[in-house]
Design a protein around this ligand. Structure first.
Ligand code: FMN
Length: 193
């Protein structure tokens, strides 16, 4: 198996991070990988907002967590038994899991492929990050998180036009511990016979 295939297969969602900030050069490689992701019509529509301010990430992460509501764990169906997600554990306060770096991807509100574009960029960034030993968690509710006063203020401060909507957050940092691989449902692959 070549290195790319290995990276794709071994990437795990990470929800426990060391406090140490990721190296600047590594962040650069990750962002660059995002810029080279395919986008609809080659428009390169997504805008990329990087936040490494612990206070801002903490406040925004708590807003994101609140938007999720209560945990729905029944004690059996955990998202991750080793790295609890907000779906599993009511005691988690930040939807960003205290990751030292949070990247938010924005796309124009009326651009029909905006979510696809942002997901494409996110996957390139998460794969690049994993290849560098950095873990990521793809986090939802970006639109609602950035519709808050704090979100709007940050968007404006960053110079991202008002008609751009936040679509995806990617939390990243050095993993704290090992992530356990999830079984894949192989029967999802179908061939025309
Ligand atoms: C569209 C999408 C939305 C997700 N939203 C969240 C989220 O809000 N919070 C979270 O902790 N994980 C989120 N995840 C991560 C998934 O829970 C994770 O990818 C899944 O459990 C499989 O684990 P793996 O990435 O290690 O294979 C999301 C993943 C995707 C693709």
């Amino acid at each position: 198996m070549n290195e790319v295939l290995k990276c794709l297969k071994e990437r795990r969602t990470i929800r426990r991070f060391l406090k140490e900030q990721i190296a600047e050069q590594e962040l650069h490689y990750i962002l660059e990988a995002g810029l080279y992701a395919p986008t609809a019509g080659g428009r390169q529509s997504p805008q990329i907002l990087v936040c490494q301010d612990a206070d801002v990430n903490g406040r925004l992460g708590r807003l994101n967590r609140k938007l999720f509501g209560g945990a729905n764990s029944d004690g059996i169906h955990f998202v991750s038994p080793t790295q609890r997600s907000i779906a599993d554990d009511d005691s988690i306060e930040s939807g960003f899991y205290d990751a030292p770096t949070v990247v938010t991807l924005f796309a124009p509100e009326r651009w029909v492929y905006g979510i696809h574009d942002c997901t494409s960029v996110a996957m390139n960034m998460m794969t690049a990050a994993w290849s560098l030993g950095i873990g990521c968690c793809y986090v939802s509710r970006a639109e609602e998180t950035f519709r808050t006063d704090l979100g709007r203020e940050l968007q404006q401060r960053a110079g991202i036009a008002e008609h751009y909507v936040a679509r995806v957050h990617i939390c990243m940092g050095y993993p704290d511990g090992e992530a356990v691989a999830k079984e894949r449902k192989m029967e999802r692959i179908h061939f025309v016979k």
